[in-house]
Design a protein around this ligand. Structure first.
Ligand code: ZN
Length: 136
């Protein structure tokens, strides 16, 4: 992989707290005040009961639900990153995230693999949440 930075997130007021926490090395999810449901991407209300939600720290642990290996890409900077792994991971708190897997050879990735969050700064006040195999 190249050392060029990945593109950062577009400005989005609802996603701001998520990227700000990531910039501090924290993965956060929204938790419903009434029913306890955890959700991500962020929304103004709980998707189950419409109550208010709060941000809370997540464990950073997840399980690979599905993945694909990108072996060619026609736009920069992704062209310089191939091959790379795009994955859907299920956080231990429940939400399913689309992310990239890092610190692993694409051929070694498996469905059901346990992974943990990594944080890659993009710009001064945001970071991307990526995942790597659990090191413990
Ligand atoms: Zn709820």
């Amino acid at each position: 992989m190249s050392e060029k930075p990945r593109p950062g997130p577009p400005p989005d007021p609802e996603l701001g707290p998520y990227y700000a926490a990531a910039a501090q090395g924290r993965l956060v999810v929204q938790r419903c005040d009434a029913c306890g449901h955890a959700q991500l991407y962020p929304r103004l209300h709980c998707t189950r009961c419409r109550s208010t939600v709060q941000w809370e720290d997540a464990s950073g642990l997840a399980t690979v639900y599905s993945f694909t290996v990108i072996r060619q890409h026609f736009s920069r900077p992704f062209r310089d990153m191939v091959p790379y792994v795009v994955a859907l991971v299920d956080l231990d708190e429940g939400p399913r995230l689309m992310t990239n897997l890092v610190e692993v050879e694409p051929d070694d990735v498996r469905v059901g693999m346990r992974v943990e969050a990594r944080f890659e700064p993009v710009g001064e006040d945001a970071a991307l949440v990526l995942f790597a195999p659990v090191s413990r």
